[in-house]
Design a protein. Structure first.
Length: 154
């Protein structure tokens, strides 16, 4: 077998232990995520003027709509595939990153349109900043799916 045909393991024989460990890690991670999101919203609300928060709320529906197309079902395909090679995972990574980049470009191209729609020129920069987050998200989506596949949280 060449390295590109090397299989990415499914959960080991000690499935119960790894499942419990993975579940505990996911729960802990969710708790941290919720706490960080809560604190960041409180901090942002304290630092920004209400008008600034309103500007973000104007752009967010467009970013969320474009984001609906980012995953392409790759996460589910990785976690549920009975057989997955490293080569296939690599192709999925680059495919996801490419789609994320294209979606970032689409949102960036919409920045002037969104700005004109609301009549607020400051929305261009905000939209471009949100577009960049698509590329960042595309960098780690496949890795998280691979961790879920192998229950590699322990």
């Amino acid at each position: 077998m060449t390295s590109s045909e090397e299989l990415i393991p499914a959960p080991s024989d000690d499935l119960r232990k790894r499942t419990l460990s993975g579940t505990a890690m996911i729960a802990a991670g969710q708790g941290v995520r919720i706490a960080v999101q809560f604190l960041s919203v409180v901090l942002i609300a304290r630092l920004l003027a209400p008008e600034d928060i309103g500007l973000f709320a104007m752009v967010l529906p467009f970013a969320n709509f474009v984001g609906l197309f980012q995953d392409l079902g790759l996460t589910q395909a990785i976690t549920t595939a009975s057989r997955l090679t490293r080569g296939q995972a690599t192709v999925m990574f680059w495919l996801n990153l490419g789609v994320s980049g294209i979606l970032a470009l689409i949102l960036a191209a919409l920045a002037p349109v969104i700005s004109a729609f609301y009549g607020r020129p400051e929305l261009v920069g905000l939209t471009l900043g949100l577009a960049a987050t698509f590329v960042l998200s595309g960098l780690f989506t496949v890795q998280i799916a691979l961790l879920s596949r192998t229950l590699g949280y322990a």
